[in-house]
Design a protein around this ligand. Structure first.
Ligand SMILES: Cc1cc2nc3c(=O)[nH]c(=O)nc-3n(C[C@H](O)[C@H](O)[C@H](O)COP(=O)(O)O)c2cc1C
Length: 165
């Protein structure tokens, strides 16, 4: 993985998120826990380059995100989609997903990430807020996505490094 400038990134991020999915990874004690996400965004906010991710309260990752100051978002190559699918089906509560997927953790940045990655954003948490039913302008989107009222928490992280292979 080589450090690049965000402005030099030439990838279709909405398509990558939709089709390839990504690993949202936070330190967990000595190790770390990757969780698959496909909802999120890369953009600008408060004059900062940012990544935004959304985590439901029942995820093990939620507690880690709340406790930590940094997170990473990693896109693995297509041939490792097995690992991304695994990290979206198993919980770090009872599974060592890094070990099961045979991923190699790199720790030379502020958040753990993976040597197998094709593209990684390292992010510093700057804002977090729970979504709320009363904020939906379109009630149908609320009803469809939150029948259990388990609203995502939104985390906005400043992109502090971009690494690409
Ligand atoms: C394609 C895909 C996308 C997902 N996107 C999200 C997401 O954006 N937010 C979320 O909270 N869970 C999302 N999930 C569910 C979590 O990845 C899944 O529940 C995971 O097992 C949680 O892991 P954890 O308990 O170790 O945090 C997604 C799952 C898949 C398969």
């Amino acid at each position: 993985m080589k450090k690049i400038e965000l402005k030099d990134l030439n990838r279709n991020l909405p398509e990558l998120l939709e089709k390839r999915w990504a690993l949202l990874t936070v330190a967990d004690g000595e190790g770390c826990n990757p969780m698959t996400v496909s909802w999120g965004g890369v953009g600008r906010l408060w004059n900062l380059p940012v990544v935004t991710v959304y985590v439901r309260p029942q995820r093990y990752t939620k507690g880690l995100m709340d406790a930590g100051d940094y997170f990473s978002l990693t896109f693995l190559p297509e041939e490792r989609h097995d690992a991304v699918a695994f990290c979206g089906a198993k919980s770090g509560r009872d599974t060592d997903k890094v070990k099961e997927c045979g991923l190699t953790v790199l720790e030379d940045e502020k958040a753990p990430y993976f040597a197998e990655g094709e593209l990684t954003f390292i992010c510093r948490k700057v804002y977090e807020q729970d979504m709320a039913g009363e904020c939906f302008v379109d009630a149908a989107v609320d009803a469809k996505n939150y029948p259990g009222k388990d609203y995502h928490r939104m985390y906005v992280g400043e992109i502090v490094a971009v690494l690409e292979k």
